[in-house]
Write a protein that binds this ligand. Structure first.
Ligand SMILES: [Zn+2]
Length: 256
C-alpha cells in the first residue's frame, strides 16, 4: 500500500508531493462522551478511517492525511466523563496554525474533513478568517454531508432518518463495523448525551455508510484536484449556471 499518512513521509517525499499538487486532508474530530455504549474516540475513528481509505483509493495524484486533530469544540459534552474539549479561540487558532504550516510547505489544496457536529460552524468561520487574514484558501466538509453519502445514510437509516445524530443509529452502526470490540450493545439505549436510537445499529449498516462516505469523498477530492469543486463554489460569478449553483448549495437543510 502506498503511503498516505503525512507523518510517515520523508523531506524529499514532501517535495515530490508538492510538485504533484497533492491534496492535504486535515481530519478534525473530538474526544467526547458517546453514551454508555460507544468509545470516546468515535468521531475521530470514523473521520480518520474515511479520510485514509479515500486517500488510498486515489492513484492519479497524491492525497496525504495529517495526524488527526483529536480534540475539538465539545463544551456541551463536558457533563459526561471522558470528554476533552478546547476553548473556542484555542480551537480556531490551532486549526489556523496547522493549515498555515501546511500551506507554508507549498501545498495549495487543503481540506478540513470534520467528524464532529459541534465543530461544523467553527470550521466554516475559521476558513473565512484563514482566507481573509492569511490569504490561504481551504475547503471544509463533514464526512456525512458529502453527496451521495448523505442519500445512502437516509436509505440505510430505520429510525434516525439519515441524521448522523450522536451515538444514535448511524454512529453505533459505524462503530460496530470499525471498532466492534469497543462497543457494548447491552447498554445501547437512549440516555442523556445520546441523540438518536442506538439499539437499531448494525455492522452491515455501518459498512454501507463507510463505503458510501469513502466513495463520495473520493469523488469530491477528484473534483477539488481538477478545479471543478472550486469553480462550483464561486457562486457569485456571473458565468456560473443556476444548475451549478444548486449543485453546490450549502448548508443542506431538509424541513421534513
Ligand atoms: Zn459522534
Amino acid at each position: 500500500m502506498k503511503k498516505v499518512l503525512w507523518q510517515e513521509l520523508r523531506r524529499t517525499e514532501f517535495e515530490e508531493a508538492v510538485k504533484a499538487d497533492a491534496i492535504i486532508i486535515i481530519p478534525v474530530a473530538s474526544t467526547e462522551q458517546h453514551g454508555n455504549h460507544l468509545p470516546i474516540n468515535t468521531d475521530a475513528n470514523c473521520c480518520s478511517t474515511i479520510a485514509q481509505r479515500a486517500a488510498q483509493a486515489i492513484d492519479e495524484f497524491p492525497v496525504l492525511v495529517l495526524p488527526m486533530v483529536w480534540t475539538g469544540f465539545s463544551p456541551h459534552h463536558m457533563e459526561h466523563p471522558g470528554t476533552i474539549t478546547l476553548k473556542y479561540h484555542t480551537f480556531v487558532e490551532l486549526l489556523t496554525q496547522i493549515a498555515t504550516c501546511v500551506h507554508t510547505h507549498g501545498f495549495k489544496k487543503i481540506l478540513f474533513l470534520n467528524g464532529h457536529g459541534g465543530n461544523t460552524p467553527i470550521i466554516s468561520a475559521m476558513r473565512i478568517k484563514l482566507s481573509a487574514e492569511e490569504g490561504i484558501s481551504a475547503v471544509g466538509y463533514d464526512y456525512w454531508n458529502i453527496s451521495p453519502a448523505t442519500e445512502e445514510m437516509e436509505a440505510v437509516s430505520e429510525t434516525d432518518r439519515g441524521f448522523i445524530g450522536h451515538a444514535g443509529e448511524l454512529e453505533t452502526s459505524l462503530q460496530l463495523y470499525l471498532q466492534p470490540h469497543l462497543v457494548d450493545m447491552d447498554s445501547a439505549a437512549w440516555t442523556s448525551g445520546v441523540c438518536g436510537n442506538p439499539s437499531v445499529g448494525s455492522r452491515q449498516k455501518g459498512e454501507r455508510i463507510v463505503n458510501a462516505a469513502v466513495g463520495a469523498l473520493v469523488k469530491m477530492l477528484r473534483d477539488y484536484h481538477s478545479g471543478k469543486l472550486e469553480e462550483g463554489l464561486t457562486i457569485w460569478r456571473p458565468d456560473v449556471s443556476d444548475e451549478q449553483k444548486n449543485q453546490f448549495r450549502y448548508p443542506r437543510y431538509s424541513g421534513d
